[in-house]
Design a protein around this ligand. Sequence first.
Ligand code: SF4
Ligand code: SF4
Length: 504
Amino acid sequence: MTAPTYDLGKLHGGLRLTAHKRESTAELIKDVPLPSRLVLPIEQHVGGPTRPVVRVGDHVLKGQIIAEPERELGAPVHASSSGTVVAIDQWPVSRRFGEKAPCIVIECDGKDKASSEIAIDDYSKLEPDELLLRILDGGIVGLGGAVFPTAQKLMQARTCKIDYLILNGVECEPYISCDDVLMRECAAEVLSGAQILMHALQVNVCLIAVESDKPEAILRLGQALADLGDQRIVLKQLPSVYPSGGEDQLVQLVTDREVPSRGLPTDVGCVVQNVGTAAAVHDWIVNNQPLISRITTVTGDGVDAPANMRARIGTPVADVISFAGGYTDQARHLIIGGPMTGKSVTTDEIPLVKASNCVLVVSDAPSPGDELPCIRCGDCASVCPVRLLPQQLLWYARADDEKKLRDFCLTDCIECGCCDLVCPSHIPLTANFRKAKIRIQEVADEKARADRAKRRFEARTRRLEREHQERAAELARQKSSAKAAGPAAIAEILKRRQKKDEFE
Ligand code: SF4
Ligand code: SF4
């Protein structure tokens, strides 16, 4: 077995948190039965909009594309099982905190019949760009929570010099254990996905980063790596510190390279992919299965039998909770995602989506207490992994001072929630930063819309001016030729001209 190297932490700030992972890792991954109805939001990624390509009444097969991106940056959505489209309508979704978004609803026929796409014989014979196009069709997005379309991320990386592919198996947020169990039970698939991604990127080093509190995952990956004998893939063990799984933090921890402010890992020669994403790439490229299911941790003291479950995308959250034995008497709060970065929702009617790594039901109130004034203790700055000054950012966020927020690098905030957790005044700093980012984005979108309208107006003015000049030149030409023909012809031209002007 290949011995993993052990890296000491180089992360600024961060926190050691109680893991709460054992509750959900005692048993093997369970398969959630196919639900009678699947609800598939048409947008499950970060990027451009998608549009449905099916209509109500259509029969669809498992793996068939039902929504396509309208622009370049996007990922298609596939039917997670066979059945009939019974609605294309607004439905509550977790991405909008339980508010509604357009979804395609499929009444499953129970046959689970797959579409007959032809699998690739040998991906290594494909040119990297052909392989990237194939990955694009699989609807694969970053499964660590970012849901950025994988193919586009790889395409952007292909324009840079890349030294390392880093697979993120850190999973540092409490309660979430879906990547841990994936690495334990599907280590060979993760490694196969790594090899496919290496071919697509044309890189020769892949570092798989796993926190030291996942000994079984490290063992299984090590065994699978020894069986594979691919010397280009190296296992890296990291200490358990939250949020070492943040993309930029991980790059720093495993390569000692610092991603610049407002930059990307590709700026320092790295591409980061989640281990779940690598396994999804394997499923698509080798087994011809697009992203129609995922492993989700269903846990917390609010569910009877916490576990990791493989469920179809679009399965109602109520179904997976019921499969986990249902709610306990302590169930008070439903969170999609972990306790630090997840979203509280008020209904379990919402469906599981590509981003749903965890369904957490807890008794504790997420709010730590009543908010008090900032005492400028500086604790928030000490724990910030991005070296921001949260107390300053809070001031500017509340003053709506966009320039200062930019100067103080608000966009670098990864919304990890560390500052909230240590703040003795219980100030919801992260919520303020999230809102400020949304406001800045809205202003940028509004400016882009106004710029587009201005460009359209200027182009129209130029066209009208040109047409006016052309008409004047034509009139002058007609006048000069009519002069030779006599006064009656001039009167006729002027009359025609007047009528035209009146019409316009
Ligand atoms: S931790 Fe809270 S009280 Fe202390 S400086 Fe930061 S915002 Fe102010
Ligand atoms: S939420 Fe943002 S400001 Fe607060 S600790 Fe995390 S990165 Fe820093």
